[in-house]
Design a protein around this ligand. Structure first.
Ligand code: THU
Length: 139
């Protein structure tokens, strides 16, 4: 059964409530759907050693990979304020890594679940370096 955008937004909002962001005070939630219809959510998890913190998208992708899925079809990211919480450069690359043949739809929302931006990984990371650029891959 296909996961609709409303459900993804709701799950991302729930994930944001679990964020551990005492340093930035910028809680983020993400929810993604894999190509088999499974849904995975994540929040950002910061650390007193600042560079060790990781993003909500990375948490959700980790859950997806652990469950045995490899292709994201749609990811929703929810952040505070009205400035669209677009994925950082590192997360764009991580999303690209697990893009299926159809690409990845990306929806960015505010904390109320209002859509601020609808885009794709191809738009956010054009001419990406990806698995096809590498001769040998473990995928
Ligand atoms: N952050 C995310 O989790 N996802 C994004 O798309 C952008 C930024 C987190 C990282 C850090 O914990 C906080 O937001 C402030 O940068």
């Amino acid at each position: 059964m296909a996961v609709n955008t409303t459900t993804l937004i709701q799950r991302a909002r729930e994930a944001l409530l679990k964020a551990y962001a005492p340093y930035s005070k910028h809680p983020v939630g993400a929810a993604l759907v894999a190509d088999d219809g499974s849904l995975y959510a994540g929040c950002n998890i910061e650390n007193a050693a600042y560079p060790l913190g990781h993003c909500a998208e990375a948490t959700a992708i980790g859950s997806m990979v652990l469950a045995g899925n490899r292709h994201i079809t749609h990811i929703v990211i929810v952040g505070p304020g009205e400035h669209a919480c677009t994925p950082c450069g590192g997360c764009r690359q991580k999303i690209r890594e697990f893009s299926g043949p159809e690409g990845v739809a990306i929806t960015i929302c505010n904390n109320d679940g209002d859509v601020l931006l609808e885009t794709t990984i191809a738009e956010l990371l054009p001419h990406a370096f990806g698995p096809d650029n590498v001769q040998e891959t473990n995928r």
